[in-house]
Design a binder for this molecule. Structure first.
Ligand code: 3DU
Length: 260
């Protein structure tokens, strides 16, 4: 259901850009006002909105963040909570339920905690509430190599494989609604895309501020681009969002759409 919502939103808007509404450290009132202003001016170039804990901390989930989620809903934009859920199952379940109750359509979770007593309760909650779960597969920062890139022994085959390949296979097995792979590592996107094929779509952060390139990431296999600072800190956020959207959407069309 979440996956279909994303696909139809992208089709309708002719955009595969997800805005990361990360506005740095400011007063809660100013953060809320700025968030809503940026959302209102950029929405026509977006297919979804992503929020992070850096917004939940100052605004509160039900006191401030929910206002942004509700506004996104009025604008018919799906919302993603980048919670990187990463605890024991019982805690994870409560965290996911709160975010879904606040109106989020999907949460991002970390596969390092595994399935049993880890992410299984998150997927169960998602199913019960008809929402999505996106899992991290390879993050965009350089230190990602220390965890996502480490060589590990595959418990099933006994062979040494990179951790992210196992996570990509888990994303498939768990029927995740998306996999996060950093736009800063197009060769990882390409490799992970060969594992996921069109069964789990790739969400790629790291375009612009972190050095990733929209065209290169989409060409490598990214289905959606998550863009924050390049847009929210631009002099004209709407214009910047439109520019990135045009490049990304054209690259997607040139690639032959999402089901390559
Ligand atoms: O670098 P930007 O300002 O475009 O923001 C990227 C967003 O995506 C930000 O919220 C960050 O927390 C999130 N993200 C990554 O950058 C990389 C990941 O692997 C996962 C999430």
């Amino acid at each position: 259901m979440f996956r279909q919502e994303m696909e139809s939103s992208a089709e309708k808007k002719k955009s595969n850009i997800i805005l990361a509404l990360d506005l740095g450290v400011d007063s809660p009132q100013r953060l809320l006002t700025r968030s809503l202003r940026i959302l209102n001016t950029t929405h026509e170039h977006l297919c979804a909105v992503k929020l992070n804990r850096q917004a939940v901390l100052p605004l509160g989930l039900f006191t401030g963040v929910q206002k942004i989620v509700n506004r996104a809903k009025e604008l018919k934009l799906p919302t993603i909570m980048d919670a990187k859920i990463n605890d024991i199952g019982n805690t994870n379940r409560a965290i996911a339920e709160y975010y879904y109750k606040a109106g989020f359509d999907a949460v991002i979770a970390s596969p390092f905690v595994g399935w049993t007593e880890g992410l299984q309760p998150v997927f169960e909650t998602a199913q019960k509430m008809n929402r999505g779960v996106i899992v991290l597969v390879y993050m965009s920062h350089r230190g990602a190599i220390e965890g996502y890139g480490q060589m590990v022994q595959d418990a099933d085959t006994g062979q040494l494989v990179p951790q992210y390949r196992i996570f990509a296979e888990r994303a498939l097995k768990w029927k995740a609604d998306g996999a996060v792979v950093g736009a800063t590592y197009p060769e990882k996107i390409r490799e992970i895309h060969t594992v996921l094929k069109d069964k789990v779509e790739i969400y790629s952060p790291g375009v612009g501020a972190q050095g990733g390139d929209a065209e290169v990431a989409v060409k490598a296999g990214a289905d959606y681009l998550i863009v924050g600072r390049s847009v929210v800190e631009a002099e004209d956020p709407a214009k910047k969002a439109e520019q990135i959207k045009d490049v990304a959407w054209q690259s997607l069309e040139r690639r032959g759409g999402k089901t390559e």
